[in-house]
Design a protein around this ligand. Structure first.
Ligand code: CUA
Length: 336
């Protein structure tokens, strides 16, 4: 009966992380409930058992403490807290490391909407379309202030920061629609910064990728949050993939003058086969070439110079939009 009540009270578990997060949540919840009952029961029991009697001889003993008992309780609670910490840490680590074959989507938060940019050049506003049962990795940044992408039914949330990339990943395991919230106060229309994830069966998703068409008239599964027949507001743009757009930018912004894409020597380091690798910097430190490193190298080229090169690259700060930056990074990633 109680479990039925809890089941209804809980949000839907629509991703691989939902049961993981709920398990720890349940542990903390039940530990709290049981501790509460023990304390209240003990309090009531002692109130009656040691009721102050009228007869003076029956005075209770003057007790100042019980070192062993107090240390025992403190140690037990420390163990419990460490268990919770370790458990949370293990789950958190899994959430921080997307699998390498994940389907990547770039996310741009801005006052006050979400934009989802796909590798094939599609751009959706406030609607993220993903395949069911496949790892999806979101590479997120903000064009203005702090935002936070929050999908309660997936139990995932991550701050979205200006000037750098943060990551979220999940495997959606239920087809349907699930709300996206902004969970960081970001100005007047923060509360209206809403979106939704549409999880499609894999064949429906492939069809959508090819044709841009969603399955028509299909009711969403377990929760009547509307039908699938609304076609999303897709900006297909120039109908070229992100990496191709990046290749064009790489040439038009003049990057090719110094950076080879074939591994040939140049004024600056070649950019092929570098993504995901470690490079040595002029100060001897090593750094991993990831989204954040490429982004910083474009906007603040002097910050982390690769060993053997001169700090002569001009900054491109303010000259490259977030969409263009995502395209450039996609291009460099594609140069494997
Ligand atoms: Cu964006 Cu709050």
């Amino acid at each position: 009966m109680l479990s039925l009540l809890l089941f209804q009270w809980r949000l839907e578990q629509a991703s691989n992380f939902a049961p993981v997060v709920d398990r720890l949540f349940d542990f903390i919840l039940w530990f709290s409930i049981i501790s509460f009952l023990i304390i209240v029961f003990g309090m009531v029991l002692f109130t009656f058992k040691y009721w102050r009697k009228k007869i003076p001889e029956n005075r209770t003993a003057y007790i100042t403490g019980h070192t062993k008992l107090e240390l025992g309780v403190a140690f037990f609670l420390l163990v419990v807290v460490m268990v919770i910490f370790y458990w949370g840490w293990v789950d958190y680590k899994a959430m921080k490391n997307p699998p390498h074959d994940a389907f990547e989507v770039n996310v741009i938060g801005r006052q006050w909407l979400w934009q989802f940019q796909y590798a094939d050049g599609k751009m959706l506003t406030n609607e993220l379309i993903v395949p069911k049962d496949k790892a999806v990795s979101l590479i997120m940044t903000s064009e203005d202030v702090l935002h936070s992408l929050y999908i309660p039914d997936f139990r995932i949330k991550q701050d979205v920061l200006p000037k750098s990339y943060t990551n979220l990943w999940f495997v959606a395991n239920r087809a349907g629609e699930f709300p996206i919230f902004c969970a960081e106060y970001c100005g007047t229309a923060h509360s209206a910064m809403l979106g939704k994830v549409k999880v499609l069966e894999q064949d429906d998703f492939e069809r959508w990728q090819m044709t841009g068409k969603l399955p028509v008239g299909k009711r969403t599964m377990d929760h009547g949050q509307g039908t699938m027949d609304q076609q999303p507001d897709v900006t297909v743009g120039e109908k070229i993939s992100l990496a191709d757009k990046g290749r064009g930018l790489f040439a038009s912004k003049g990057c090719t003058a110094c950076h080879s894409v074939t591994g040939a020597a140049g004024v600056g380091p070649a950019v092929n086969k570098i993504f995901g690798k470690e490079v040595e910097l002029t100060d001897g430190k090593k750094t991993k070439v990831d989204e954040n490193y490429i982004r910083q190298s474009v906007n603040e080229p002097q910050a982390r110079i690769v060993k053997g090169y001169q700090p002569i690259m001009p900054t491109f700060k303010g000259q490259i939009s977030e969409e263009e930056m995502n395209a450039l990074i996609a291009y460099i990633k594609s140069l494997k």
